[in-house]
Design a protein around this ligand. Structure first.
Ligand code: FAD
Length: 295
């Protein structure tokens, strides 16, 4: 039986909801939720699910997901228990479930420059690699040497240049069944004070410009080639626009926030209206940066 099998390969729960596992705080019941503690357990789980044709979704910190209200009858696999890391001179080995902001702080204290740009990105390393997450003109592709991937039931290392990184994109978007297990990142020695100051400045800037007090999934849309999504959203007058308990943030119009009991349906209704109006007014098709799931 699936439940017994999952229990023998990780921490298992049958009472989890997406709203408790995502930063946007939306989404319905998850029939099976499991947290493997080793890459080997992860490998065995995935092989079992694939051979039994059971659907699954791997998540990190759920900070880029907009999840629907209906029950998810597959298996959600959280990698948060794959959370070890090791520093070797100018290289960091880090597992996929490690929190990026936590790691950024830890490296800064030791005078290791690497994840400064990511100190305000509330995801896990696996999610940041998947998204090629970035800020302040830096992104994961700048610091990745190689990534350990569970691919076709084997664990293999893939080099940076094999991972097809571009703006908020990686090869993993084209292979949803491949799983990022760990990464090797480049480290550079710098003055700890200098790194900490830079991170403090940037976190302050985020606090002043982003609605960090409200549940969100970060920027809703990617920026178009030569501009900013928030300017286009302001241009159509949607700052503050609301559908039920979801609204376009007044602080940053590319953030759509949950004011309490918002649903993915409300979120996507706003996003679709924005896409239509921006297309009509500017001829630009805004592409969603957040991922909708189970809706
Ligand atoms: C307040 C706020 C600010 C943000 N600021 C930024 C920013 O400045 N820059 C930026 O780029 N993003 C930003 N984001 C968005 C988000 O944090 C990033 O996209 C982050 O990379 C998502 O990581 P996660 O662990 O939460 O992934 P999740 O949301 O859990 O998952 C996202 C996708 O990655 C896949 N995935 C996750 N882990 C793995 C894995 N190990 N193997 C294979 N696939 C995996 C999931 O299946 C899913 O498809 C922000 C979000 C918030 C809420």
């Amino acid at each position: 039986m699936l439940e017994t099998f999952l229990k023998s390969h990780g921490e298992y729960h049958d009472d989890r909801y997406f709203k408790d596992l995502t930063t946007l705080k939306m989404g319905g019941y998850i029939r099976h939720f499991v947290m493997p503690e080793t890459a080997e357990d992860l490998k065995v789980i995935i092989a079992y699910l694939k051979s039994n044709r059971i659907i699954f979704k791997v998540i990190g910190n759920g900070s880029n997901l907009v999840c629907g209200e209906s029950d998810y009858n597959g298996v959600v696999i959280s990698l948060k228990k794959l959370n070890s890391y090791e520093i070797n001179n100018d290289e960091l080995y880090v597992e996929a479930g490690v929190s990026a902001p936590m790691l950024a702080q830890l490296l800064a204290k030791q005078g290791l420059s690497c994840l400064e740009f990511a100190s305000g990105i509330p995801g896990c390393i696996g999610g940041l690699v998947y998204m090629n997450a970035g800020a302040y003109r830096s992104s994961m592709s700048d610091i990745i040497k190689e990534v350990l991937v569970l691919k076709d039931d084997e664990l293999i290392w893939m080099n940076n240049d094999e991972l097809r990184f571009s703006y908020r994109h990686s090869i993993f978007h084209d292979h949803p069944r491949w799983i990022i297990v760990a990464a090797r990142l480049k480290l550079e020695r710098k003055d700890p004070k200098e790194i900490e100051e830079l991170m403090k400045d940037r976190l302050e800037r985020r606090k002043n410009t982003q609605p960090l007090d409200k549940p969100s999934a970060g920027s809703c849309f990617r920026n178009p080639d030569d501009g900013f999504a928030w300017k286009l959203i302001d241009g159509i007058g949607y700052r503050g626009f609301a559908v039920n308990d979801v609204s376009v943030s007044r602080k940053h119009s590319n953030f759509i926030v949950n004011n309490g009991n918002g649903t993915a349906e409300d979120y996507l209704a706003i996003a679709c209206q924005i896409q239509d109006k921006v297309k009509e007014k500017y001829g630009i098709r805004l592409i969603m940066e957040v991922e909708k799931f189970n809706c």
